[in-house]
Design a protein around this ligand. Structure first.
Ligand code: SF4
Length: 447
């Protein structure tokens, strides 16, 4: 979509919450510490099923015709994008002294032109699995109620319906209710990390007042987990995917033997489909048994491929960054499909430092896919704390599009996406085995 005939105007909201565009001031956006107009290659129309947020205690700012930054009295506005989209810039605003910390969402920069909203973002996955606007809410509720009644003795079914569908509106849980795509398998009450942006549990003195979900309050039995898988496979007959490691739980590898037993029950009963674990990757030693039981893929979360920034965000309690890397290698050797859940933060994740570290990590550790998720956190708070902690990268962000192009050039087998792919029971893998990667010459990796 071209906006070249009309620049993007600043978007703001009045005290009544009415959102409108400024007649003169132009949109500014933030790439890390840098403020400026959006890059032409990062503007897309606001995707369907996205939402606009008002940012409390934050004044909208824009660029006047003299190129000067102007602070308005109006509230700043941000976009929370539909799944499958990665934001490439945050909004610019002036924060008042008493402004509350923003809750755990991703805040995309938004502007207005040609009678519509535009955002700085990229669609990174064409899979429609988390599109719901064509499905009446009533239908999801009906299907959920049927499952709840039919499986009254299964505590995991009850948790998914009562909490994940009804309270958290979790897309994976809604898909389980509808019997399509990927089903969630929450199983763990505990975690061995203390992520700054954990959405299921924060410490008592955390500045993050509320988490969008609550930590699972019981440990399901293997038979309950296997039954959830069987229910889902009986309804999504073509491409069922099952994923341990959800927003409402700790890290699933904390209960590795429970996962092993559930997977074995399901597979021994002839269960088909892709079984995946989303994890911090802290326990490589448990992966061989899981692979033997019938696990297909693993997705390891990282906010950074550099140990200092990783430790700053994950605050691991009982493991090291090197254990997460060992999990990637171990999984690849076992024939598991390996993804990263890369928590992208514009202006930090796409710097030269991060590109070098991430491309090396991908090449050396058998990674096939990077899922480009947004780091859900107050952007100013994160920047300030990174600056005071491990330090901000010395270089500026190169932009999401350039970052992905350069990664692909250096690691040609690498795929990008947003969701865990359907892979059958066992994936075809083209990522090199650990130790086999030859670093391409600088000539091959030019911009
Ligand atoms: S690894 Fe997951 S569950 Fe554990 S603290 Fe981080 S976000 Fe929370």
């Amino acid at each position: 979509m071209s906006t070249k005939n009309e620049p993007l105007h600043m978007v703001m909201a009045d005290a009544e919450g009415q959102i409108f565009d400024h007649p003169e001031l132009l949109m500014l956006c933030r790439h890390g510490r840098q403020w400026g107009p959006p890059r032409p290659d990062e503007i897309i129309p606001l995707p369907k099923e996205s939402e606009l947020f008002l940012l409390p205690g934050r004044h909208a700012v824009g660029l006047d015709s003299q190129g000067q930054i102007q602070v308005t009295d109006d509230l700043a506005v941000a976009a929370f994008l539909a799944p499958a989209h990665t934001i490439s810039a945050h909004p610019c605003y002036a924060t008042a002294d008493q402004a509350p910390m923003l809750p755990l969402f991703a805040y995309g920069a938004v502007g207005f032109a040609h009678g519509r909203f535009f955002v700085c973002a990229k669609k990174v996955d064409n899979d429609p699995r988390q599109q719901f606007s064509h499905i009446p809410r009533k239908r999801i509720e009906q299907k959920a109620a049927e499952l709840k009644k039919r499986y009254a003795d299964n505590r995991l079914v009850q948790h998914i319906i009562n909490n994940c569908v009804a309270r958290y509106d979790c897309p994976a849980a809604r898909n389980f209710a509808l019997g399509r795509f990927e089903a969630p398998l929450p199983s763990s009450r505990t975690c061995n990390a203390r992520c700054l942006g954990c959405i299921s549990e924060q410490e008592k003195h955390s500045p993050i007042a509320v988490t969008p979900q609550c930590r699972l309050g019981f440990t399901p039995k293997a038979s309950e987990i296997a039954q959830v898988m069987q229910i889902h496979a009986s309804r999504e007959r073509e491409k069922p995917i099952f994923s341990f490691g959800q927003g409402c739980e700790g890290d699933p590898l904390q209960n590795a033997s429970l996962l092993e037993e559930s997977i074995a029950i399901y597979r021994q009963g002839g269960g088909a489909g892709t079984i995946n674990v989303n994890t911090n990757g802290s326990r490589p030693e448990v992966l061989p048994a899981l692979a033997k039981a019938g696990l297909t893929s693993i997705r390891v979360s990282l906010n950074s491929a550099r140990p200092e920034l990783y430790r700053f965000y994950y605050r691991p309690k009982t493991y090291q960054f090197s254990d997460a890397l060992e999990s990637l290698r171990c999984a690849r050797r076992l024939g598991l499909f390996v993804s990263l859940n890369f928590l992208y933060f514009p202006g930090i994740s796409d710097t030269e430092e991060e590109f070098e570290a991430l491309s090396q990590l991908v090449g050396e550790n058998g990674v096939s896919l990077i899922q480009l998720r947004n780091l859900n956190i107050d952007p100013e708070w994160y920047l300030k704390n990174v600056e005071q902690g491990p330090g901000l990268p010395a270089t500026s962000g190169m932009g999401l599009s350039s970052f992905l192009k350069r990664l692909k050039r250096r690691c040609p087998w690498l795929q990008f996406g947003y969701f865990n792919p359907w892979l059958g029971e066992r994936a075809e893998i083209s990522a090199p085995l650990p130790g086999d990667w030859q670093v391409p010459s600088p000539e091959d990796c030019k911009n």
